[in-house]
Design a protein around this ligand. Sequence first.
Ligand SMILES: Cc1cc2nc3c(=O)[nH]c(=O)nc-3n(C[C@H](O)[C@H](O)[C@H](O)COP(=O)(O)OP(=O)(O)OC[C@H]3O[C@@H](n4cnc5c(N)ncnc54)[C@H](O)[C@@H]3O)c2cc1C
Length: 427
Amino acid sequence: MFVALAAQARGLRVALIEPRADLPNNLAISGGLLPVAGSALQRAAGVSDSPEAWLADLRQFAPGMVNEQIAEAVALALPAACDFLQAQCAAPLRFLPDMVAPGHGQRRFHSVQPASGLALHQWLRQAVRSAPGISWLEASAEVERSGVGFELSSPQGLFADLRADQLVLAGGGFGANTAMVAQYIPGMGGALHNGSATNDGSTIALGLRWGAQLWGMDGYQGQGHTNPGGVTRLGMGIPSLGGILVNREGRRFVAEDIGPSALAPQVLAQSGGIALELFDQAIEDQLGNHSAYQQARQAGCVMSAQTLPELAALAGIDPAVLQHTLDEVAACAQGQADRLGRRSFARVLGAPWRASWVTGALSHTQGGLLTDAHGAVLHESGQRLPGVFSAGGCAAGLSGRGADGYLPGNGLAQAFGLGWRVAQALC
Ligand SMILES: Cc1cc2nc3c(=O)[nH]c(=O)nc-3n(C[C@H](O)[C@H](O)[C@H](O)COP(=O)(O)OP(=O)(O)OC[C@H]3O[C@@H](n4cnc5c(N)ncnc54)[C@H](O)[C@@H]3O)c2cc1C
């Protein structure tokens, strides 16, 4: 949808084919948190940042795992993409001054307010459907390459045959395709998937049919703050604000600030595949703008207690062990080194308490069609596949092998940043 908007703003005519408009896609499910270093909104908030600083954070977070074909181009494109949405399209984008995230050296997240992927999705869909240069086709399509262009037809006869000079594959990743997950990410085969059912790998398959090259297929965004069942999640902000995770025995097992993605397999490795995320009311008071947390709270997934023994009883954890864990954490917050290697604890936690059971889930896949810096899909030979572009979950992501290299916000950063590059490259 973003590529369509940016392309039509350049005077191009676009047909947007959406076969699953009835289902929420990953954007609609997401937190809608878009990292942009150097936007006009960020500058106006007095934050000094740059695409180079974001790139340095990415390389430090995922050493040796960065998709250098696109990383710099995406970093440089994001401010322009964000400014286009806000200034030219009047999108209700805001800079989120209170949003901190593991791996990011600066506050650089943007979203609608309160932050919500659903609201961003609704705004985009409305903007696309009312744009004069975009034909919105709610149908699936069969696509054939023909000479220098593409022939598109509707198996259900829902639109007349179309001819396009260029094709942008933007159908999302393969998190909902159990066979592909088992093939490329065997460690997460059968794991909870809290992403969209529309991410069935169908547009990756289309590129593959034409000999496209794949990159990073074992990379994924895990989500270690997912409530069991997968309907709600706490969001990624709690560890940065001082929260911790304990297992069923009441003991910490991980440096909680490694990021929500790398956390997922660590949580799954605990007894029962679950952990208790433990924080306090002072942290909750800072999450008013975080729609994911608010939904979890409203769904009854967050426990409240005035005292630690009360909380331990609610969670079924030995209160003495929990008290010992919190004594250790308080010492770390006051400067003692953490045995698990966590660097910052933000503050000493205190009553009233909050806690929520979480598990690890596969949110979305990072591997996909390898593109160059303009989003042009590359053939196995290394040459461009003529006329074929890609962005979002269908295209190779920014970084990562397994869950570890996913820097928070990489998903939308690539979708919007590479999407901007694609829209500028189309002719
Ligand atoms: C729980 C969760 C939380 C997340 N939170 C964040 C976050 O806060 N920040 C962040 O940066 N990222 C986040 N992400 C990742 C982010 O949502 C994705 O990276 C992003 O939505 C990818 O965009 P996309 O357009 O490729 O995919 P989608 O948003 O899934 O859209 C793909 C679209 O393609 C359509 N489609 C499917 N098959 C075809 C086909 N064959 N032909 C045509 N169309 C097709 C689908 O119906 C769908 O509408 C999160 C993901 C999840 C699951």
